[in-house]
Ligand binder design. Structure first.
Ligand SMILES: [Fe+2]
Ligand SMILES: [Fe+2]
Length: 276
C-alpha cells in the first residue's frame, strides 16, 4: 500500500497556471482509506485548488497543522466551514501563543487564528507529545538536536508572557507515515532541521529506513545557504542514501538550485502529485 500526496498549494505555481498559488503550504495525503489534510496554506485558497483538482475537503478525516505559522494555519477558518467533523491536530502550545517574524523590517504576527480555535474547541486536539493518529500515521515532535537547525530561524520569535524570545519550535510537528518496513516523513517547514526531524521520526516510529521526505527546508537565501545545504546533503548521503526527497515551500531558490545537482532531490509545485 502506497501513499499519494497532492500539493494543494505551494509557493511555486503549477505549470499550466490554472491553480491559485501563495506563500504557504497545504498537502492532501491519501494513505489507504485515510484522507489527511496537512496544513491549510495562508488564505483558504487550498480549498479552491482542491475543488479544481476534484478533491473533496468535506471528506477529509484528519486535519494536521504542522506548526502555528500563518502560511500553514491561515486557511483553518475555510477548513472548518467546509469540513464539519474531522479532528484538527495541533501542538498544544500553538493554541495559546503568539509568534512573530522580523524578517522584513516590521514584525509580522504569524499566530494561528485564535477565534477559529476558540469557537471550535470540540474539534481541536491539542498534542503535547508525539502521538499515533492511526495505525501507521504519527504526529511527531522533534526531540533530536544533533544536527544544525536552519539559520533562517533567527528572524522568528514567540511570546512568553510579555517577553519576546527566540522561537524554540516546540509548536512544530511532522508526520511519520509507515509504509511496510519503511518510513515517509512529511515536514512542512523543518524549522527544527530536516535531519533532526527524520531521526526523531525514525526513533518514534521504530522504522529506520527512510523511503521519502516531503516538505520545506527553510533555507532562506543567504551567504550561508550553500554550507547549510551541503551539511544536509552529507547527512542524506550517510543516513538516507536510498530515500527520495521532494522539497518545496520555504526551501529557497538558492537551496533548490544546489539540491537539484543531487539525484536524490527533486522539487514540487502547486498541483503536483507525489506517489510514494
Ligand atoms: Fe512555512
Ligand atoms: Fe514556518
Amino acid at each position: 500500500m502506497g501513499t499519494k500526496i497532492t500539493i494543494l498549494i505551494d509557493n511555486t505555481p503549477d505549470a499550466a497556471g490554472t491553480l491559485q498559488c501563495e506563500k504557504g503550504l497545504s498537502l492532501y495525503i491519501e494513505n489507504g482509506p485515510q484522507r489527511i489534510l496537512c496544513d491549510t496554506g495562508l488564505s483558504g485558497a487550498f480549498s479552491d485548488n482542491a475543488a479544481a483538482l476534484g478533491i473533496d475537503i468535506s471528506a477529509v478525516d484528519c486535519c494536521f497543522i504542522s506548526h502555528a505559522h500563518a502560511d500553514h494555519s491561515g486557511g483553518l477558518k475555510r477548513f472548518v466551514d467546509i469540513n464539519r467533523d474531522s479532528n484538527i491536530y495541533i501542538a498544544a502550545e500553538a493554541l495559546h501563543t503568539r509568534y512573530f517574524s522580523h524578517r522584513h523590517m516590521s514584525a509580522r504576527d504569524l499566530s494561528i487564528d485564535f477565534d477559529v480555535a476558540n469557537s471550535n474547541t470540540d474539534r481541536f486536539r491539542a498534542l503535547h507529545y508525539s502521538t499515533w493518529l492511526s495505525e501507521n500515521v504519527a504526529a511527531v515532535f522533534c526531540n533530536d538536536d544533533s544536527h544544525a537547525r536552519p539559520l533562517g530561524n533567527k528572524y522568528l520569535t514567540k511570546m512568553s508572557g510579555s517577553t519576546e524570545l527566540p522561537d524554540d519550535f516546540a509548536h512544530e510537528m511532522s508526520l511519520a507515515i509507515t509504509v511496510g518496513d519503511e518510513l515517509v516523513v512529511v515536514s512542512s517547514c523543518s524549522h527544527c532541521g530536516a535531519a533532526n526531524i527524520i531521526e526523531a521520526c525514525k526513533a518514534f516510529s521504530g522504522k529506520s529506513k527512510l523511503r521519502a521526505f516531503v516538505g520545506g527546508l527553510h533555507f532562506i537565501d543567504s551567504n550561508e545557504t550553500s554550507s547549510e545545504v551541503e551539511k544536509l546533503v552529507t547527512y542524506v548521503e550517510k543516513q538516507a542514501r536510498q530515500a527520495k526527497f521532494f522539497v518545496g515551500h520555504c526551501t529557497g531558490d538558492l537551496a533548490k538550485a544546489i539540491l537539484s545537482r543531487h539525484e536524490q532531490f527533486c522539487t514540487f509545485a502547486t498541483g503536483d502529485i507525489i506517489s510514494i
